[in-house]
Write a protein that binds this ligand. Structure first.
Ligand SMILES: NC(=O)C1=CN([C@@H]2O[C@H](COP(=O)(O)OP(=O)(O)OC[C@H]3O[C@@H](n4cnc5c(N)ncnc54)[C@H](OP(=O)(O)O)[C@@H]3O)[C@@H](O)[C@H]2O)C=CC1
Ligand SMILES: CC(=O)[C@@H](O)[C@H](O)COP(=O)(O)O
Ligand SMILES: [Mn+2]
Length: 379
């Protein structure tokens, strides 16, 4: 039996993690669940999965559910609540499925407490990858990737010698607007942007996919997860999202991981590694698909991908600023306060003003995150 806790249990990754648990009820114990404001869904999850500890984002939400919780369930809230679920209790693995850099403190707390991490919350590695990976190394904690591309690369590297890697290639669907010219982006709506061609995901990552920020975050995530220089990380447009990513080795062999686009597969692998268990994900028929297509990445069409890689190479607080500016800009777009292309301008303007600090500690990261958010909110 594996004991797990989930940060962000009510979101897209969180609910699919519980789907995996429900498929293998004799293999998992759910120790803790942390949600934001969706208290109805959290209560349903509590009744079904019997966690001993839960958390919500505010005191007000905690009061809403306190009387409905079964006896014995401990209730927490706020950032401290996230840390309680991450580092308290008895989970062996914590699935980090929060969205945004709000997940940093609890991820660090989980690692500090010696919990293995099933990492979906890529923003934590983007904002403070050096702190997260250094602490995980020191504590002997495994960071198992949940993100589909990183799970693919992780699977391709199974049993391989890291020194033999020539490069890795992260595939990109192109998102909702992959067939639009830049001129056509001027009047796109929130609804248009939320229509991802291949994946059903939370709102923030779906917008990130449309701006190609998601691929920028994923390149930085890959840099930290696989300890590779940016020069060895490529991006390739692959509209079908069937090849989830691949690795090229020094002898010119390429190993790729393929599958139907279903996040339950990488989520489950992060929980069962190094074993594989049956999954209800639909089987891939390459004969039925017929052909897979690829396109060179166009860095002029997607300037935010180029900027993310530049920030990654610059290091320091540059990726913290990039990530924070993006979180604010996407939230403003989703609230219909700014048009789609303004997301780009805000991130670019923030980075023009950014004064990079090398090798930042946690306090400097948090300060950079807060200051950047203020600037991005005013632009
Ligand atoms: N969805 C996907 O298929 C994929 C997602 N990812 C990554 O996984 C992460 C999660 O994405 P996704 O599941 O789509 O996001 P969602 O928006 O669907 O879910 C986010 C979760 O975080 C919770 N949450 C948000 N803010 C807070 C807070 N302040 N305190 C406590 N809980 C909070 C939400 O709670 P509530 O809803 O109750 O408010 C919800 O449970 C992201 O980093 C994303 O990039 C990576 C690959 C694929
Ligand atoms: C499912 C997953 O891992 C997402 O990050 C997905 O990759 C988004 O797709 P694109 O960013 O390639 O459009
Ligand atoms: Mn991904």
């Amino acid at each position: 039996m594996k004991r797990i806790s989930i940060l962000g249990s009510t979101g897209s990754i969180g609910t699919q993690t519980l789907d995996v648990v429900a498929m293998h009820p004799d293999q998992f114990i759910v120790d803790g669940l942390a949600a934001g404001s969706n208290t109805d869904l959290l209560l349903e999850q509590v009744r079904r999965f019997n966690p001993r500890r839960v958390s919500v984002s505010s005191k007000q939400h905690a009061e809403e559910i306190r009387s409905s919780l079964p006896a014995g369930v401990e209730l927490f809230y706020g950032n401290e609540g996230l840390v309680e679920i991450a580092a308290g209790g008895e989970a062996e693995t914590v699935v980090t499925a929060l969205v945004g850099s709000v997940g940093l403190q609890s991820t660090l707390a989980a690692i500090e407490a010696g919990r293995h991490i099933g990492l979906a919350n890529k923003e934590t590695l983007v904002t403070a990858g050096h702190l997260v990976t250094e602490l995980a190394d020191r504590k002997g904690v495994k960071i198992l990737p949940v993100d589909s591309e990183h799970s693919a690369i992780f699977q391709c590297l199974n049993g391989e010698n890291r020194a033999d890697i020539a490069s890795i290639t992260v595939t990109a669907s192109g998102g909702s607007f992959r067939d639009y010219t830049r001129d056509q982006l001027v009047n796109v709506t929130v609804e248009d942007a939320l229509r991802h061609p291949n994946w059903s995901m939370g709102a923030k990552i779906t917008i990130d996919s449309a701006t190609m920020v998601n691929k920028g975050l994923e390149v930085i995530e890959a840099h930290w997860l696989f300890n590779l220089p940016y020069e060895k990380i490529n991006v390739l447009l692959h509209p079908e999202s069937i090849i989830h990513s691949y690795v090229e080795f020094c002898d010119s062999s390429i190993i790729a991981q393929l599958g139907s686009p279903d996040m339950r597969v990488p989520i489950q692998y992060a929980l069962t590694y190094p074993n594989r268990w049956p999954s209800p994900a639909s089987r891939l028929s390459l004969a039925a698909i017929g052909r897979l297509t690829f396109r060179e990445m166009d860095y002029v069409r997607y300037p935010l991908l180029k900027l993310a890689i530049e920030c990654g190479k610059a290091g320091g607080t540059a990726t913290t600023a990039y990530n924070a500016a993006n979180e604010v800009a996407v939230a403003r777009f989703l609230r219909r306060e700014i048009p789609f292309l303004r997301i780009e301008e805000i991130i670019e303007e923030v980075l023009l003003r950014h004064e990079n600090a090398g090798n930042p500690n946690l306090q400097q990261i948090e300060q950079c995150d807060a200051v950047t958010r203020e600037i991005a909110a005013k632009l």
